[in-house]
Write a protein that binds this ligand. Structure first.
Ligand code: CA
Ligand code: CA
Length: 305
């Protein structure tokens, strides 16, 4: 009988473990201070944790880091094509309550910066410039933008890193009327219990979390194409490497050097060079040459200013 009871207990335990939903988490590391200007500058977000929100087939990336005094977030890609606006949900005491508590916050960036405490989607407090946090740029449904950057000081929302390092967090994008998509994918606006747990580390990330012992070729990503200065350009490396990325015209003339330096393993967001941004004459076809240590890749780029 004893054996039987024991097996029953183990079976129930096993079922419980199997059916419990996995709690999503994110590690937010300390990095240098960002400039919240809507431009993803070289190196600005290289230490960030990265998560995805899917809107149909479009992927919107969310980057997260902090500078010791503020939580810094960037929403990248797909914003202008879908068009969806970024929102950030914070549960300061990480109580994972079923309904909203007074320490739970909603932040929304669209034509203005909006936030509310203790409830979500309250648009009474919307301004182009909020005094105590920033969302840049402000944009309407017709804006052509590739990135929004958000900086929320810990003091604004009552996070004291000397006494706590964990908060509840979720990211979403919305068309403000009918559609919301989230990270974590099964999160909801109404329930902080469905949000992830963020651990805020007071140290820089040692190794990019996604790229330890990775073995894949270097990946150059340009989206959307045809490209312009608003297209996002990133290079993902399996290991530290000397990198060189140049553009040539059809006649083989060197047009611009996009990158020429040693980079660490992980994803790096790159700037389009000034000289290319200024060439706004017509649609152009360029060839790029990417050298990673001694390996060389070639590709074609359609540029439409
Ligand atoms: Ca920036
Ligand atoms: Ca709470």
């Amino acid at each position: 009988m004893k054996t039987c009871a024991c097996f029953s207990f183990l079976f129930v335990l096993l079922v419980c473990v199997v059916t419990l939903p996995a709690q999503e988490s994110i590690d937010i590391h300390r990095a240098s201070v960002i400039v919240p200007d809507g431009i993803i500058a070289d190196g600005e977000w290289d230490s960030a944790a990265e998560r995805e929100i899917r809107v149909g087939t479009t992927v919107i990336r969310v980057l997260a880091q902090h500078d010791g005094e503020a939580l810094c977030l960037a929403f990248l890609g797909g914003l202008q094509s879908t068009f969806h606006f970024p929102e950030v949900l914070l549960d300061i005491d990480n109580a994972k309550s079923e309904g909203w508590q007074n320490d739970d916050w909603w932040f929304h960036v669209s034509g203005t910066d909006c936030h509310s405490q203790g409830e979500h989607s309250n648009y009474d407090n919307c301004r182009v410039e909020q005094g105590d946090w920033e969302g840049v740029p402000n944009a309407d449904m017709n804006s052509q933008i590739s990135a929004m950057e958000i900086r929320i000081p810990f003091a604004t929302v009552g996070i004291d890193l000397s006494v706590q390092s964990r908060i509840g967090i979720a990211f979403d994008v919305t068309n403000t009327a009918t559609s919301w998509q989230f990270w974590p994918a099964d999160a909801t606006l109404d329930s902080p219990a469905s949000w992830a747990t963020a651990t805020i580390h007071n140290t820089a990330t040692e190794v990019n979390e996604n790229f330890t012992a990775a073995s894949f070729p270097a990946l150059l990503d340009i989206a959307p194409q045809p490209a312009n200065v608003n297209s996002l350009l990133s290079l993902t490396l399996p290991a530290n490497a000397d990198c060189d990325l140049r553009l040539f015209d059809l006649a083989g003339n060197h047009i611009a050097t996009i990158l020429r330096r040693r980079l660490a393993a992980g994803r790096h967001w790159l700037n389009w060079p000034e000289q290319l941004a200024r060439r706004n004459t017509a649609v152009s076809v360029y060839f790029y040459r990417l050298r990673i240590n001694s390996d060389i890749q070639h590709g074609r780029l359609l540029w439409r200013p």
